[in-house]
Design a protein around this ligand. Structure first.
Ligand code: PMP
Length: 427
């Protein structure tokens, strides 16, 4: 049994010694002390079905034995900076990652986070093209560094950084977007940005295939291929931010962009690829990667042996346990059951997403789509009491984010939907 500090004791320390900017979920935050596959356990030994997975960071399941073994074994042998000497772990993982990507996307640069990966992707695109302008989508989240906070387009996640050369295109959001599902109009907006907001040449277009932080927002069908086309005509590169939607999560494909029939020039990866270990990557073509050899570029721990050993183990587990197939099967079933809830509760305005990247948007008026953040919080709290953890997102804080470990079962899905159903019925 757990004999460590209580939640209140930790909270008191946090208040005194940690930045007040650190967020936590729930009125009384959970003191989690253990994780196993799709379950978390609190200090009282209570089990929770984890349907948020540390914000889509846990893909194989908490403390997956193969991943733990890879980390422990490598730690016992060697943990070190990435640079200076050779070690096989980074090279092995790079090769394995390349084997999962299409086309000539085969050269990796490793980082410690998604932010770092996107910062580097933006830098590479600017170096390679000689242009400065970046186009990202409104409602996106790409990180909290100087460049990525500029590319991020939600005021709630931005400070007053200098947004040098970043343009935010109208979000092709079929539910809340200005042009509904009319991809052509959204594409025209990007063309107008290029024509009237830049010299005509751009460095890159960056987007997620499904927005995560933004509230699991899918794109109007046909948008991405058309935008990739016009961005390339303007000399720009196309960057796919796969930090949340990549690594088998969407089920139908290994990468989110694949469902759109496009091949990006640069792909950024983080979160799930490390199953909870800090690991990020930028994967691109050998030609684009060369742009970064003009000066020294250095990252002490990016691609270190322990983290890349974890990454390799993650890829093997996904294959061995058919987690992509499971994300598709269980994710589709879960989405079906959530969609059925929509018929029961007026408050549910939209159910969307793919595989195990699902969103449920709450509105007090379906016609006006008035966000219902208070009801969202209420249901989340109730579900926690019933033993189910989900996330929340969207600009208005009114979207449930359901991003469980990919080993989530049908029984877990049933338990989640039943708990949600009961919580709604009690409102
Ligand atoms: N891109 C996306 C799509 C993300 O969801 C996030 C994190 N929420 C990031 C980038 C930044 O990753 P990190 O927090 O690891 O810096």
């Amino acid at each position: 049994a757990y004999s460590g500090p209580t939640g209140d004791e930790i909270l008191a320390k946090r208040r005194e010694y940690l930045s007040p900017s650190i967020l936590h979920s729930y009125k009384t935050p959970l003191n989690v002390v253990e994780g196993k596959r799709q379950y978390l356990f609190d200090d009282k030994g209570r089990r929770y079905v984890d349907a948020f997975g540390g914000i889509a960071t846990v893909c194989c399941g908490h403390c997956h034995p193969d991943v733990v073994a890879a980390i422990v074994e490598q730690t016992k042998r060697l943990q070190h900076s990435t640079v200076l000497y050779l070690n096989h772990a980074m090279a092995d993982f790079a090769q394995a990652l390349a084997s999962k990507l299409p086309g000539n996307l085969k050269v990796a640069f490793f980082t410690n986070s998604g932010t770092e990966a996107n910062e580097l992707a933006i830098l590479m695109a600017r170096l390679y093209t000689g242009s400065h302008d970046i186009i990202s989508l409104r409602n996106s989240y790409h990180g909290n560094g100087g460049g990525t906070m500029g590319a991020t387009a939600q005021s709630i996640w931005k400070y007053n950084v200098v947004q040098s050369g970043v343009h935010h295109a109208v979000n092709p959001d079929p539910y809340r977007g200005l042009f509904g599902s009319d991809a052509e109009k959204y594409v025209r907006d990007v063309q107008e940005i290029i024509n009237f907001g830049t010299s005509g040449s751009v460095a890159a277009f960056i987007s997620e295939a499904i927005q995560g932080v933004g509230g699991i927002v899918e794109m109007a069908p046909g948008y991405l291929p058309a935008v990739y086309d016009i961005v390339r005509k303007a000399g720009g590169l196309c960057i796919a931010d796969e930090v949340q939607c990549g690594v088998a999560r969407t089920g139908s494909h290994f990468w989110g962009f694949e469902a759109h029939g496009v091949v990006p020039d640069i792909v950024t990866v983080a979160k799930g690829i490390g199953n909870g270990i800090p690991l990020g990557a930028v994967v691109t073509t050998p030609e684009i990667a060369k742009a970064l050899t003009r000066r020294n570029y250095f990252n002490t721990f990016g691609g270190n042996p322990v983290c890349t050993a974890a990454g390799l183990a993650v890829l093997k587990v996904i294959e061995k346990e058919k987690l992509q197939e499971n994300a598709f099967e269980v994710g589709s079933y879960l989405k079906e059951r959530l969609t059925a809830l929509k018929d029961k509760y007026e408050l549910i305005g939209d159910v969307r997403g793919q595989g195990m990247l699902l969103g449920v948007e709450l509105v007090t008026d379906r016609q006006l789509k008035t966000p219902a953040p208070n009801e969202t919080l209420y249901v989340m709290e109730q579900m926690k009491e019933l033993g189910v953890l989900i996330g929340k997102g969207g600009y208005y804080g009114n979207v449930f984010r359901i991003t469980p470990p990919l080993c989530f079962t049908k029984e877990d899905a049933d338990f989640l939907v039943d708990a949600m159903d009961y919580s709604f019925s009690r409102m």
